[in-house]
Design a protein around this ligand. Structure first.
Ligand code: TRP
Length: 453
């Protein structure tokens, strides 16, 4: 079976860049460093690595198999594999819904990032006193017009790439942006590590402190592993449906996982040594990037301005390739046999920007900050749903489907490219990891996380 729409990636390298582009995003540069620091540095890292390799990567491979085998969108893929059990398509639907919510909150933060890139370029940030950044961020993020303007610009760029097509748009842009991103990140790492007092930052990031690794921390590690690899919500089913037929799925999953992991670690190395070297508070949480880093950049004088531009450009590019994959999943689903790609991309963008704007208005002291849903502002609710709850639930359903309900011969056939690739280690993977370890871990962590809350 080939992709129904005729869309697809033209090469394995392009496919890896596109999927790594999806995986590498705000989650790596903005979220991973502060979560890692918060839950015990090296101790968190250890748990994180285990989740990434044994659950995240296994899920990615499963989603690729489901996607490439059927060549369908996440909903139709489940139906194609289990025609007599139509209920499974709701797993696909739940994934797509998660993508929609993630895209909304992603756009808000991407809009902030783009604004900070602009303010680094224009010199606005350089003109703010060290103590003024918190107020600057709060005032900006709580205002109505400016964040939405930047959300709209960012979404426009995202939609433009989608309209270009899978190989001529997504693949081409990812092949260009991912290497640029790595170069920018390396430049920041070198600068950060060579500052005086940088080693304190490295030990904050890497030295294990098991006392900080609570049950909540373990749940956060799993949530982050799934979020960071973009698995559990069907996006990799979508990209799987575009993968070349002769692509080695296990190898591809491994490469993407390694890229994603390495970039998260390097983001930590780019950030914490500099934060410590400048005597700033590393526990800034979500505001770290917008409130603490500008202080760090300003303390470096003129080159600081350059590094500030580099950093916010890096973050914008990372966010862009992820937003592209989210909008692509929604676009592919809507276009189906109904309307064309361009029209679906436009319709989806118009719907999602409404939710994104509402989330932005609900942030801080925004005009909708008084509106509470379940006691939470919309922004915080979306953050919680997409960060810790929905991805593990969707991931659990996906892996149970793959391990217990999908035809094993189909899986072997697809993973081995009809017997042309050796997959001797498959049995270990399948019986142990896919059927038992991954679902159990997901259940345990979900239950403890829910009870713990
Ligand atoms: N992996 C992305 C990041 O680290 C975030 C993300 C989660 C995502 N799920 C996704 C991106 C689905 C694209 C598609 O920032």
């Amino acid at each position: 079976m080939s992709t129904k729409t005729g869309e697809g990636f033209s090469s394995s390298f392009g496919a890896i860049m596109a999927a790594a582009g999806s995986a590498v995003g705000l989650g790596n540069v903005w979220r991973f460093p502060y979560i890692c620091g918060k839950y015990g540095g090296g101790a968190f890292l250890l748990v994180y690595v285990i989740f990434v390799l044994f659950i995240g990567m296994v899920l990615m491979m499963s989603e690729f198999v489901i996607g490439r085998r059927t060549g369908e969108d996440p909903m139709k893929a489940y139906t194609a594999l289990k025609p007599h059990h139509p209920g499974w398509k709701y797993v696909g639907l739940a994934g797509l819904l998660t993508c929609f919510l993630i895209l909304a909150i992603y756009l808000v933060i991407s809009g902030w990032t783009l604004n900070y890139f602009w303010e680094s370029l224009s010199g606005t940030l350089a003109g703010i006193a060290d103590t003024g950044f918190e107020a600057h961020f709060n005032q900006f993020a709580s205002s109505a017009g400016r964040p939405v303007l930047f959300i709209a610009i960012f979404l426009f760029l995202t939609a433009l790439v989608i309209v270009g097509g899978v190989d001529k748009g997504i693949e081409r842009v990812s092949k260009l942006l991912m290497p640029i991103l790595v170069v920018l990140l390396m430049a920041l790492c070198v600068r950060s590590m060579t500052l005086e007092g940088a080693s304190a930052g490295l030990s904050y990031l890497f030295k294990p402190d098991f006392s900080k690794l609570t049950g909540e921390g373990v749940l956060a590690a799993l949530g982050q592993a799934l979020f960071s690899l973009s698995v559990g919500m069907g996006v990799m089913i979508v990209y799987g449906s575009y993968l070349p037929k002769d692509d080695n799925l296990l190898k591809t999953s491994l490469w993407i996982t390694l890229c994603d992991f390495a970039i998260a670690i390097f983001a930590g190395i780019a950030i914490f040594p500099a934060v410590f070297a400048c005597g700033q508070d590393p526990t800034g949480g979500p505001g770290l990037v917008y409130q603490v880093l500008p202080v760090v950049f300003n303390s470096m004088g003129t080159v600081g301005r350059l590094f500030s531009i580099i950093f916010f450009l890096l973050l914008s590019l990372a966010a862009l390739t992820s937003a592209i994959s989210l909008l692509e999943a929604l676009t592919q689903w809507l276009s189906g046999d109904r309307i064309g790609r361009t029209a679906s991309a436009i319709v989806m963008s118009l719907i999602v920007i409404i939710l994104a704007a509402a989330a932005s208005f609900s942030f801080g002291d925004g005009i909708l900050s008084g509106v509470k849903i379940g006691g939470m502002q919309l922004f915080d609710l979306l953050d919680k749903l997409t960060g810790t709850i929905l991805p593990p639930v969707c991931a659990l359903l996906t892996i149970v489907f793959f391990g217990w309900f999908m035809n094993k011969e189909d899986i072997i056939d697809e993973l081995s490219n009809h017997g042309t690739v050796k997959i001797g280690y498959f049995k270990v993977f399948y019986h142990f990891l896919v059927r038992i370890v991954a679902p159990l871990a997901l259940i345990v962590v979900l239950v403890t996380g829910i009870i713990g809350n």
